[in-house]
Each structure stands twice: as structure tokens, then as C-alpha cells.
Design a protein around this ligand. Structure first.
Ligand code: ADP
Length: 210
């Protein structure tokens, strides 16, 4: 099964993508995680991408499309994958089609802007595993520490309040039009993001039919 998760920053795409990939035993591809890894490693691509990421802008299409192409051509994607955070523009969705990739379903996780702002301000992430937590809604077992790696959790630079507002604006302008794009293809299913992760997961599984 080839799936796309769509939604505003902080809507819970990454969290649900993780659960679904575990259940289906297929990889999750997060362009955000790949870009953050490049930033951390100080690659030329990472240095270029950081400027956009820190200000809440999208990284240029040609850069992310190149990253996605490389990742999706790897062997572990042959039996299916979940895309988390890609496509984010109509041009990226068209690039997927031009690669000959068939998408089965597009799951939109809907959360109001007001709730998004609260969620992102409480989000903490593990830099090594890429796993994210929320101080209130999805706390780690030990405060401030990643359950998986045991490292200290951090707040992403782009989760700072002024950047969050800009990311939301970017989402509405550039990414939300994708809902129409996939609705027309009959692939869009919408899940209303719940306060508890497990409740959203239940609705997500139902929407995908797994
Ligand atoms: P979130 O969904 O919480 O905003 P991501 O981890 O998906 O976070 O992305 C973080 C940042 O990485 C984005 O704000 C953007 O700058 C960049 N990025 C990630 N994926 C894409 C993409 N498909 N196209 C353009 N930029 C991207």
C-alpha cells in the first residue's frame, strides 16, 4: 500500500505515519526528517535547506523532489511506503505522478489552527530517532528523555512561536490545495485529529481500511 499523510504542521502526521508503518511493516518517508538529518550533518544540501526551514518556508521543490526520488527508489519501498510531509505543493504531487508512482490513499489529519499552535509549542523531539513527543498529550516515560534512545529531547528551532505562524500560513497557501487535487482523484480521506493519539490512530486505521 502506498499512502500519503497530509495535514498542517503538528497535526500528527508523523505520529500516525509511524503507527501505520509498524502495522503494515513498510517504511515511513519523512522529508522533514531527511532534511533535518542533512542539516545536522552539515551537508551542502542541509546548509541550503536550513535557511528555509528556520523561517518556516518550504524548501525548493527541486531539492525535495530529488531527495524523495533517491529515497523511494530504495529496495525497502518496493512493498509500499507512507509519505509523511511530501508532497507539500501541487508541483511535488505532479512529480510523484511523473515518477509513475501510484498512490492508494491520501489521509488528511485535520486539526484547527488554534489547536496546532498549542500542540507545536509543547512538541519535543529526539534528534537521533526522529520520534516526537508532546509535554501534555504524548509525554515520554521519563520527562525530557526519549523512550527509544535515552537522549535528551529538544524543541525544534522551527517550533518557536513566530515560525509556527509562518508555517501555518505556508501550509494554507501551498499545501492545502493538495486536498482538492487528491479529492478529484477520489483518494482523499479525512481524519479529525483527536486529543489522544490512540483515538486518532483508531480513526486512521478505519479510514485506510486496515
Ligand atoms: P512539520 O510537518 O511539522 O512542519 P516537517 O518535519 O514535515 O514538519 O518539515 C519541516 C520543514 O522541512 C518544513 O517547514 C519545510 O521547510 C521543510 N520540508 C519538509 N518537507 C518538505 C517538502 N515536501 N517540501 C518543501 N519543504 C519541506
Amino acid at each position: 500500500m502506498n499512502l500519503i499523510f497530509l495535514g498542517a504542521p503538528g497535526a500528527g502526521k508523523g505520529t500516525q505515519a509511524e503507527v501505520v508503518t509498524k502495522k503494515l511493516n513498510i517504511p515511513a518517508i519523512s522529508t522533514g526528517n531527511i532534511l533535518r538529518e542533512a542539516v545536522k550533518n552539515g551537508t551542502a544540501q542541509g546548509i541550503e535547506a536550513k535557511k528555509y526551514m528556520d523561517s518556516g518556508e518550504l524548501v525548493p521543490d527541486e531539492v525535495v523532489i530529488g531527495i524523495l526520488k533517491d529515497r523511494i527508489s530504495q529496495d525497502d519501498c518496493k512493498k509500499g511506503f507512507v509519505l509523511d510531509g511530501f508532497p507539500r505543493t501541487v508541483a511535488q504531487a505532479e512529480a510523484l505522478e511523473n515518477m509513475g508512482i501510484k498512490i492508494d490513499k491520501v489521509v488528511e489529519i485535520y486539526v484547527s489552527d488554534e489547536d496546532i499552535i498549542e500542540r507545536l509549542s509543547g512538541r519535543r523531539v529526539s534528534e537521533i530517532s526522529g520520534v516526537s513527543y508532546h509535554i501534555k498529550y504524548k509525554p515520554p516515560k521519563v520527562e525530557g528523555i526519549c523512550d527509544v534512545t535515552g537522549e535528551k529531547l529538544i524543541q525544534r528551532d522551527d517550533d518557536k512561536p513566530e515560525t509556527v505562524l509562518h508555517r501555518l500560513k505556508t501550509y494554507h497557501e501551498k499545501t492545502a490545495p493538495l486536498k482538492d487535487f487528491y479529492q478529484k482523484q477520489g483518494k482523499l480521506v479525512t481524519v479529525i485529529g483527536q486529543e489522544k493519539v490512540a483515538d486518532t490512530t483508531k480513526l486512521t486505521f478505519e479510514a485506510i481500511g486496515i
